[in-house]
Design a protein around this ligand. Sequence first.
Ligand code: NAP
Length: 400
Amino acid sequence: MTSGAKTIKRRRKTQRPHAMWGLLRRRSPSGFSPSSTAEEVTAGIDGSGLVALITGASSGIGAETCRVLVMRGVHVVMGVRNLSAGACVRDEILKQVPSAKIDILNLDLSSMSSVRRFAENFKALNLPLNILINNAGVCFVPFKLSEDGIELHFATNHIGHFLLTDLLIEKMKVTAIESGKEGRVVMVASIKDEKTDLYKDMTFNYIFLFSLARFLAYGQSKLANILHSNLLSSHLKEQDAKVIVNSLHPGAVATNILHHWCPLYGAIRAIGKYFVKGVEQGAATVCYVALHPQVAGVTGKYFSDCNITELKSHALDRDLAKRLWDFSLSLIPTGRKLFPRRHKTMWGLLRRRSPSGFSPSSTGEEVTAGVDGSGLVAVVPPVGLVLKHAEFSRCGECTL
Ligand SMILES: NC(=O)c1ccc[n+]([C@@H]2O[C@H](COP(=O)([O-])OP(=O)(O)OC[C@H]3O[C@@H](n4cnc5c(N)ncnc54)[C@H](OP(=O)(O)O)[C@@H]3O)[C@@H](O)[C@H]2O)c1
């Protein structure tokens, strides 16, 4: 049984809130606190007739959100990259809520072609779409490029969701008009720690090569979630669309999210779970923002512990949000391979002048642009030889 399914099974046996967090029952404008559970914040809400799509619903916060939304009568479509893990979660939920309406579709957010396929498959279900919960995420994974040539945190946490939202937003607008019910986009971001000036002038696709890279890469992708949410909210307001968009921090929650962080994570988690939220509380703000009537008409806000929280950092920078938007769009042209762009972003830092006018970041295509090679015959040496004479590729003063 997968860990997501085990978590759901445990919920069936006991609904006891996480011990430590029970101490924190303080008042707040919404009436909820860090210890409120997803079941508590949605108690009495009738979600029947609504359709929600949740990414990363095969474990952690996503699985619990799925369980609680179907309890409230919402028809949920799970977007998961591991279909068997998703099926285990669905089966456990069905044991608790036999009338649950759940569909599972394959979705790998780190792959743009998978996101496009997923959107097509979703549309083929002929369902309306009231709620889109962009929840899936990776955290502190070792440096890796996605199949589209994008740093993995940025590709999965931001670009995948940016593209998915773009492909489904029209459906949400139409659903809102036809059903007369406001649509909701929910971005599961993270803590608003994006104050660091490192992000101020960020190019978003930076490939950090130093040891703290994965912390920065994760933070950057989560800041991108908030910026995306804020600007999408403004766009939809300008269009008078009946779809609200909000981002949130679920709290520090005991899930699998940090399993890439450290080999001892299992042991740390076993102890740490007494000091952080359980998934019951972790899913509370997600379910609150997705379903609660108090959130009706509220858009472009950031929530934590089921309350609006002020942002004081780069997350409010509209210019940064616009740059991110344009940059994201430039990464998702139809069908174009992104390999050349990846090369540029990594080496773009090294654009210095040289006698030839080219630099270490120049590509083969660039240095031969406009050159007519017809009529020439070339003998291509083995790869080893090319590497040995690597200076040649710099196109500067070459002493071969
Ligand atoms: N837990 C926390 O303390 C915390 C704090 C702040 C923010 N968050 C955010 O909360 C969200 C949910 O995280 P969690 O704590 O519930 O962690 P989790 O249990 O690891 O869940 C993450 C989910 O995302 C899925 N996922 C990862 N990469 C994917 C991809 N390329 N395509 C599709 N799905 C993918 C995972 O699928 P697999 O099972 O197949 O890997 C998993 O279902 C994340 O966005 C995270 O950044 C969590």
